[in-house]
Design a protein around this ligand. Structure first.
Ligand SMILES: Cc1cc2nc3c(=O)[nH]c(=O)nc-3n(C[C@H](O)[C@H](O)[C@H](O)COP(=O)(O)O)c2cc1C
Length: 333
Protein backbone atom coordinates (compact mmCIF):
# COMPACT_ATOMS: atom_id res chain seq x y z
CA UNK A 1 0.00 0.00 0.00
CA UNK A 2 1.25 3.48 -0.87
CA UNK A 3 1.77 5.72 2.15
CA UNK A 4 2.66 8.92 0.38
CA UNK A 5 6.42 8.57 0.54
CA UNK A 6 7.80 8.66 -2.99
CA UNK A 7 11.08 7.13 -1.81
CA UNK A 8 9.23 3.91 -1.11
CA UNK A 9 8.53 3.36 -4.84
CA UNK A 10 10.34 0.22 -5.84
CA UNK A 11 9.97 -1.47 -2.48
CA UNK A 12 6.15 -1.25 -2.09
CA UNK A 13 3.46 -2.12 -4.55
CA UNK A 14 1.39 1.02 -5.08
CA UNK A 15 -2.23 0.57 -6.07
CA UNK A 16 -3.48 3.26 -8.44
CA UNK A 17 -6.45 2.86 -10.76
CA UNK A 18 -6.76 5.14 -13.74
CA UNK A 19 -9.78 6.37 -15.66
CA UNK A 20 -9.67 7.87 -19.14
CA UNK A 21 -11.44 11.24 -18.96
CA UNK A 22 -14.17 12.49 -21.26
CA UNK A 23 -12.99 15.08 -23.78
CA UNK A 24 -15.61 16.50 -26.09
CA UNK A 25 -14.47 16.68 -29.70
CA UNK A 26 -11.23 14.88 -28.87
CA UNK A 27 -11.72 11.48 -27.24
CA UNK A 28 -14.29 9.68 -29.36
CA UNK A 29 -14.75 5.91 -29.66
CA UNK A 30 -11.80 5.57 -32.06
CA UNK A 31 -9.47 7.31 -29.60
CA UNK A 32 -10.91 5.30 -26.70
CA UNK A 33 -10.24 2.09 -28.64
CA UNK A 34 -6.67 3.16 -29.31
CA UNK A 35 -5.84 4.31 -25.79
CA UNK A 36 -7.46 1.37 -24.03
CA UNK A 37 -5.50 -1.05 -26.24
CA UNK A 38 -2.21 0.36 -24.95
CA UNK A 39 -3.24 1.05 -21.35
CA UNK A 40 -5.09 -0.68 -18.58
CA UNK A 41 -7.74 1.94 -17.83
CA UNK A 42 -10.41 0.98 -15.32
CA UNK A 43 -12.95 2.73 -17.53
CA UNK A 44 -13.61 5.52 -20.01
CA UNK A 45 -16.34 8.14 -20.21
CA UNK A 46 -17.94 9.38 -23.42
CA UNK A 47 -18.10 12.98 -24.53
CA UNK A 48 -21.10 14.66 -22.97
CA UNK A 49 -24.59 14.15 -24.29
CA UNK A 50 -26.43 17.44 -23.87
CA UNK A 51 -30.03 16.96 -22.77
CA UNK A 52 -32.44 19.88 -22.53
CA UNK A 53 -36.16 19.23 -22.69
CA UNK A 54 -36.75 15.73 -24.08
CA UNK A 55 -35.71 12.15 -24.33
CA UNK A 56 -33.10 11.92 -27.07
CA UNK A 57 -33.56 9.43 -29.92
CA UNK A 58 -31.60 6.19 -29.67
CA UNK A 59 -29.35 7.09 -32.60
CA UNK A 60 -27.89 9.96 -30.56
CA UNK A 61 -26.81 7.56 -27.80
CA UNK A 62 -25.24 5.23 -30.36
CA UNK A 63 -23.46 8.14 -32.05
CA UNK A 64 -21.82 9.31 -28.83
CA UNK A 65 -21.21 5.77 -27.62
CA UNK A 66 -20.95 3.25 -30.49
CA UNK A 67 -19.58 0.83 -27.87
CA UNK A 68 -23.21 0.31 -26.77
CA UNK A 69 -23.46 -2.04 -29.76
CA UNK A 70 -20.55 -4.12 -28.40
CA UNK A 71 -21.60 -4.67 -24.80
CA UNK A 72 -20.71 -1.15 -23.67
CA UNK A 73 -16.95 -1.68 -23.76
CA UNK A 74 -14.08 -0.73 -26.02
CA UNK A 75 -12.65 -3.54 -28.20
CA UNK A 76 -10.19 -4.29 -25.39
CA UNK A 77 -13.13 -4.65 -23.00
CA UNK A 78 -12.71 -1.46 -21.00
CA UNK A 79 -16.14 -0.29 -19.76
CA UNK A 80 -17.44 2.99 -21.17
CA UNK A 81 -19.80 5.18 -19.15
CA UNK A 82 -22.18 7.49 -21.00
CA UNK A 83 -21.90 11.09 -19.84
CA UNK A 84 -25.04 13.22 -19.64
CA UNK A 85 -25.13 16.98 -19.18
CA UNK A 86 -28.40 18.64 -18.30
CA UNK A 87 -30.08 20.80 -15.70
CA UNK A 88 -33.58 19.35 -15.50
CA UNK A 89 -33.64 16.38 -13.08
CA UNK A 90 -36.59 14.73 -14.82
CA UNK A 91 -35.06 15.02 -18.31
CA UNK A 92 -31.63 13.89 -17.13
CA UNK A 93 -33.27 10.90 -15.42
CA UNK A 94 -35.23 9.97 -18.56
CA UNK A 95 -32.09 9.99 -20.66
CA UNK A 96 -29.99 8.22 -18.05
CA UNK A 97 -32.60 5.47 -17.90
CA UNK A 98 -32.59 5.17 -21.68
CA UNK A 99 -28.77 4.99 -21.78
CA UNK A 100 -28.94 2.15 -19.24
CA UNK A 101 -31.62 0.36 -21.29
CA UNK A 102 -29.38 0.62 -24.34
CA UNK A 103 -26.62 -1.13 -22.44
CA UNK A 104 -24.51 1.60 -20.86
CA UNK A 105 -22.32 0.09 -18.13
CA UNK A 106 -22.49 3.33 -16.17
CA UNK A 107 -23.87 6.85 -16.33
CA UNK A 108 -21.72 9.87 -15.56
CA UNK A 109 -23.29 13.27 -14.89
CA UNK A 110 -21.37 16.35 -15.99
CA UNK A 111 -21.20 19.29 -13.58
CA UNK A 112 -17.90 20.68 -14.79
CA UNK A 113 -18.22 21.88 -18.36
CA UNK A 114 -17.05 25.52 -18.58
CA UNK A 115 -18.40 26.18 -22.11
CA UNK A 116 -20.30 29.48 -22.33
CA UNK A 117 -23.19 28.07 -24.37
CA UNK A 118 -23.71 25.24 -21.88
CA UNK A 119 -23.42 27.49 -18.83
CA UNK A 120 -25.78 30.13 -20.24
CA UNK A 121 -28.49 27.48 -20.33
CA UNK A 122 -27.74 26.38 -16.75
CA UNK A 123 -25.75 23.29 -17.58
CA UNK A 124 -22.29 22.00 -16.75
CA UNK A 125 -20.25 23.98 -14.23
CA UNK A 126 -22.93 26.64 -13.67
CA UNK A 127 -24.88 24.02 -11.69
CA UNK A 128 -22.13 24.09 -9.07
CA UNK A 129 -23.72 27.33 -7.83
CA UNK A 130 -26.88 25.43 -6.94
CA UNK A 131 -25.79 22.36 -4.93
CA UNK A 132 -29.39 21.47 -4.14
CA UNK A 133 -30.14 21.16 -7.86
CA UNK A 134 -27.01 19.03 -8.33
CA UNK A 135 -28.37 16.76 -5.61
CA UNK A 136 -31.80 16.62 -7.27
CA UNK A 137 -30.29 15.75 -10.66
CA UNK A 138 -28.10 12.99 -9.23
CA UNK A 139 -30.89 11.59 -7.13
CA UNK A 140 -33.35 11.58 -10.06
CA UNK A 141 -30.82 9.76 -12.25
CA UNK A 142 -29.95 7.35 -9.46
CA UNK A 143 -33.61 6.52 -8.90
CA UNK A 144 -34.24 6.04 -12.63
CA UNK A 145 -31.30 3.76 -13.35
CA UNK A 146 -31.23 0.14 -12.11
CA UNK A 147 -29.26 -0.14 -8.89
CA UNK A 148 -26.49 -2.33 -10.32
CA UNK A 149 -25.52 0.32 -12.87
CA UNK A 150 -23.20 2.99 -11.47
CA UNK A 151 -24.32 6.61 -11.57
CA UNK A 152 -21.33 8.90 -11.07
CA UNK A 153 -20.88 12.67 -10.89
CA UNK A 154 -18.03 14.76 -12.29
CA UNK A 155 -17.57 18.14 -10.66
CA UNK A 156 -15.08 20.97 -10.29
CA UNK A 157 -14.11 22.62 -6.99
CA UNK A 158 -16.72 25.29 -7.56
CA UNK A 159 -17.77 27.98 -10.01
CA UNK A 160 -16.11 31.31 -9.10
CA UNK A 161 -14.39 29.96 -5.98
CA UNK A 162 -14.09 26.77 -3.98
CA UNK A 163 -15.77 27.96 -0.80
CA UNK A 164 -18.92 25.98 -1.51
CA UNK A 165 -17.12 22.69 -2.14
CA UNK A 166 -17.97 21.08 1.18
CA UNK A 167 -21.63 22.04 0.90
CA UNK A 168 -21.67 20.59 -2.60
CA UNK A 169 -20.15 17.34 -1.34
CA UNK A 170 -22.68 17.26 1.51
CA UNK A 171 -25.54 17.54 -0.99
CA UNK A 172 -23.99 14.92 -3.25
CA UNK A 173 -23.60 12.66 -0.25
CA UNK A 174 -27.37 12.74 0.20
CA UNK A 175 -27.95 11.79 -3.44
CA UNK A 176 -25.54 8.84 -3.18
CA UNK A 177 -23.83 8.70 -6.56
CA UNK A 178 -21.61 5.64 -6.93
CA UNK A 179 -18.50 7.84 -7.21
CA UNK A 180 -17.55 11.48 -7.54
CA UNK A 181 -14.76 12.66 -9.82
CA UNK A 182 -13.32 16.02 -8.82
CA UNK A 183 -11.43 18.13 -11.35
CA UNK A 184 -9.32 20.10 -8.90
CA UNK A 185 -10.01 23.57 -10.29
CA UNK A 186 -12.93 25.95 -10.26
CA UNK A 187 -14.75 26.93 -13.43
CA UNK A 188 -13.10 30.36 -13.13
CA UNK A 189 -9.68 28.69 -13.08
CA UNK A 190 -10.52 26.99 -16.37
CA UNK A 191 -7.62 24.74 -17.33
CA UNK A 192 -4.88 26.95 -15.84
CA UNK A 193 -2.31 25.15 -13.72
CA UNK A 194 -1.98 24.31 -10.94
CA UNK A 195 -4.68 21.84 -9.99
CA UNK A 196 -5.48 22.07 -6.28
CA UNK A 197 -5.28 18.39 -5.40
CA UNK A 198 -5.21 19.05 -1.64
CA UNK A 199 -8.77 20.42 -1.89
CA UNK A 200 -9.88 16.97 -2.96
CA UNK A 201 -8.52 15.62 0.33
CA UNK A 202 -10.87 18.02 2.17
CA UNK A 203 -13.81 16.72 0.14
CA UNK A 204 -12.84 13.13 0.90
CA UNK A 205 -13.20 13.77 4.61
CA UNK A 206 -16.76 14.97 4.06
CA UNK A 207 -18.17 11.80 2.52
CA UNK A 208 -17.74 8.06 2.30
CA UNK A 209 -18.55 8.10 -1.42
CA UNK A 210 -15.42 7.06 -3.36
CA UNK A 211 -13.65 10.04 -4.92
CA UNK A 212 -11.59 10.09 -8.11
CA UNK A 213 -8.99 12.87 -8.45
CA UNK A 214 -8.49 14.68 -11.74
CA UNK A 215 -6.40 17.54 -13.11
CA UNK A 216 -2.83 18.22 -14.30
CA UNK A 217 -1.55 14.67 -14.39
CA UNK A 218 1.07 14.73 -17.15
CA UNK A 219 3.63 12.26 -15.80
CA UNK A 220 4.14 9.36 -13.43
CA UNK A 221 5.45 11.82 -10.85
CA UNK A 222 2.30 13.94 -11.17
CA UNK A 223 0.13 10.87 -10.65
CA UNK A 224 1.96 9.95 -7.46
CA UNK A 225 1.95 13.54 -6.22
CA UNK A 226 -1.78 13.87 -6.97
CA UNK A 227 -2.48 10.62 -5.15
CA UNK A 228 -0.49 11.78 -2.15
CA UNK A 229 -2.04 15.26 -1.99
CA UNK A 230 -5.61 14.12 -2.58
CA UNK A 231 -5.44 10.82 -0.72
CA UNK A 232 -7.08 9.17 -3.75
CA UNK A 233 -5.90 5.93 -5.25
CA UNK A 234 -8.15 6.39 -8.25
CA UNK A 235 -7.21 9.08 -10.71
CA UNK A 236 -8.61 10.36 -13.99
CA UNK A 237 -6.40 11.57 -16.85
CA UNK A 238 -7.46 13.74 -19.80
CA UNK A 239 -4.89 15.78 -21.77
CA UNK A 240 -1.90 13.85 -20.42
CA UNK A 241 -3.34 10.66 -21.93
CA UNK A 242 -3.10 12.27 -25.38
CA UNK A 243 0.27 13.91 -24.86
CA UNK A 244 1.76 10.56 -23.81
CA UNK A 245 -0.52 7.82 -25.16
CA UNK A 246 1.11 5.24 -22.90
CA UNK A 247 0.97 7.36 -19.74
CA UNK A 248 -1.39 5.10 -17.83
CA UNK A 249 0.78 2.09 -18.57
CA UNK A 250 3.87 3.96 -17.34
CA UNK A 251 2.08 4.94 -14.13
CA UNK A 252 1.02 1.34 -13.52
CA UNK A 253 4.53 0.07 -14.23
CA UNK A 254 6.04 2.57 -11.79
CA UNK A 255 3.50 1.67 -9.14
CA UNK A 256 4.30 -2.02 -9.49
CA UNK A 257 8.03 -1.39 -9.34
CA UNK A 258 8.43 -2.58 -12.96
CA UNK A 259 10.69 -0.99 -15.58
CA UNK A 260 8.80 1.65 -17.54
CA UNK A 261 8.43 0.99 -21.27
CA UNK A 262 7.70 4.29 -23.03
CA UNK A 263 6.62 4.22 -26.68
CA UNK A 264 9.26 5.46 -29.09
CA UNK A 265 8.35 7.96 -31.81
CA UNK A 266 8.06 5.30 -34.50
CA UNK A 267 5.49 3.41 -32.39
CA UNK A 268 3.52 6.61 -31.87
CA UNK A 269 3.73 7.47 -35.58
CA UNK A 270 2.24 4.07 -36.36
CA UNK A 271 -0.61 4.78 -33.95
CA UNK A 272 -1.24 8.10 -35.71
CA UNK A 273 -1.55 6.23 -39.01
CA UNK A 274 -3.88 3.62 -37.54
CA UNK A 275 -5.95 6.32 -35.87
CA UNK A 276 -6.26 8.09 -39.24
CA UNK A 277 -7.39 4.84 -40.89
CA UNK A 278 -9.98 4.28 -38.15
CA UNK A 279 -11.32 7.79 -38.66
CA UNK A 280 -11.76 6.93 -42.33
CA UNK A 281 -13.84 3.87 -41.45
CA UNK A 282 -16.25 5.82 -39.26
CA UNK A 283 -16.48 9.36 -40.63
CA UNK A 284 -16.64 11.16 -43.96
CA UNK A 285 -13.10 11.17 -45.43
CA UNK A 286 -12.99 14.96 -45.56
CA UNK A 287 -13.07 15.10 -41.75
CA UNK A 288 -10.26 12.61 -41.16
CA UNK A 289 -7.15 14.87 -41.17
CA UNK A 290 -8.43 17.20 -38.41
CA UNK A 291 -8.48 14.70 -35.51
CA UNK A 292 -4.94 13.61 -36.38
CA UNK A 293 -3.76 17.22 -36.41
CA UNK A 294 -5.55 17.76 -33.11
CA UNK A 295 -3.79 14.77 -31.56
CA UNK A 296 -0.44 16.07 -32.85
CA UNK A 297 -1.07 19.34 -31.01
CA UNK A 298 -1.18 17.37 -27.74
CA UNK A 299 1.71 15.09 -28.70
CA UNK A 300 4.02 17.95 -29.59
CA UNK A 301 4.13 19.12 -25.97
CA UNK A 302 6.23 16.06 -25.23
CA UNK A 303 7.57 14.74 -28.54
CA UNK A 304 9.71 17.02 -30.72
CA UNK A 305 9.03 14.96 -33.91
CA UNK A 306 5.31 15.62 -33.41
CA UNK A 307 5.96 19.36 -33.70
CA UNK A 308 7.84 18.87 -36.96
CA UNK A 309 5.19 16.53 -38.33
CA UNK A 310 2.46 18.98 -37.40
CA UNK A 311 4.24 21.76 -39.34
CA UNK A 312 4.51 19.44 -42.32
CA UNK A 313 0.85 18.35 -42.27
CA UNK A 314 -1.05 21.33 -40.93
CA UNK A 315 -2.05 22.78 -44.31
CA UNK A 316 -2.94 19.48 -45.97
CA UNK A 317 -6.70 19.11 -46.13
CA UNK A 318 -7.05 16.52 -48.89
CA UNK A 319 -7.49 13.19 -47.03
CA UNK A 320 -5.62 11.10 -49.58
CA UNK A 321 -2.64 13.42 -49.70
CA UNK A 322 -2.73 13.65 -45.90
CA UNK A 323 -2.75 9.86 -45.49
CA UNK A 324 0.15 9.43 -47.91
CA UNK A 325 2.24 12.02 -46.07
CA UNK A 326 1.41 10.45 -42.71
CA UNK A 327 2.35 6.90 -43.78
CA UNK A 328 5.51 8.22 -45.51
CA UNK A 329 6.49 9.85 -42.23
CA UNK A 330 5.97 6.60 -40.38
CA UNK A 331 8.10 4.66 -42.89
CA UNK A 332 10.88 7.22 -42.43
CA UNK A 333 11.01 6.70 -38.65
C1 LIG B 1 -10.94 19.70 -25.10
C2 LIG B 1 -11.54 19.24 -23.80
C3 LIG B 1 -12.80 18.66 -23.81
C4 LIG B 1 -13.38 18.22 -22.60
N1 LIG B 1 -14.62 17.64 -22.63
C5 LIG B 1 -15.18 17.19 -21.47
C6 LIG B 1 -16.44 16.51 -21.47
O1 LIG B 1 -17.07 16.29 -22.51
N2 LIG B 1 -16.95 16.13 -20.27
C7 LIG B 1 -16.28 16.36 -19.08
O2 LIG B 1 -16.76 15.99 -18.01
N3 LIG B 1 -15.07 16.95 -19.07
C8 LIG B 1 -14.51 17.37 -20.23
N4 LIG B 1 -13.28 17.95 -20.21
C9 LIG B 1 -12.54 18.05 -18.92
C10 LIG B 1 -11.61 16.83 -18.73
O3 LIG B 1 -12.35 15.63 -18.63
C11 LIG B 1 -10.74 17.00 -17.47
O4 LIG B 1 -11.60 17.11 -16.36
C12 LIG B 1 -9.84 18.23 -17.52
O5 LIG B 1 -9.21 18.35 -18.80
C13 LIG B 1 -8.75 18.15 -16.45
O6 LIG B 1 -7.95 17.00 -16.62
P1 LIG B 1 -6.47 17.08 -17.26
O7 LIG B 1 -5.73 18.15 -16.52
O8 LIG B 1 -5.92 15.69 -17.07
O9 LIG B 1 -6.62 17.47 -18.71
C14 LIG B 1 -12.68 18.39 -21.38
C15 LIG B 1 -11.41 18.97 -21.38
C16 LIG B 1 -10.84 19.40 -22.57
C17 LIG B 1 -9.45 20.02 -22.53
Amino acid sequence: MYHGDLSCIGCFIVTISLMLAPMEGVIDHTMRAMLTRDNDYERCVTEFLRVTDRLLPERVFFAICPELKQGGTTPSETPVYVQILGSDPHIVALNAKRAAELGALGIDLNFGCPAKTVNRSRGGASLLRTPQLVKDIVRAARDAVPGHIPVTAKIRLGYDHDEGLLELIEQLDQAQPTEITIHARTKAQGYRPPAHWHKIAQARHQTSIPIIANGEIWSTEDALACSEASGCQRLMIARGALMRPELARLIHQRCQGLPETPLNWSEIALRLCLFFEQQGLHYDAKYTPSPVKQWLVYLKHYHAPAARLFEQLKRITDPQHFGEALWAHYRST
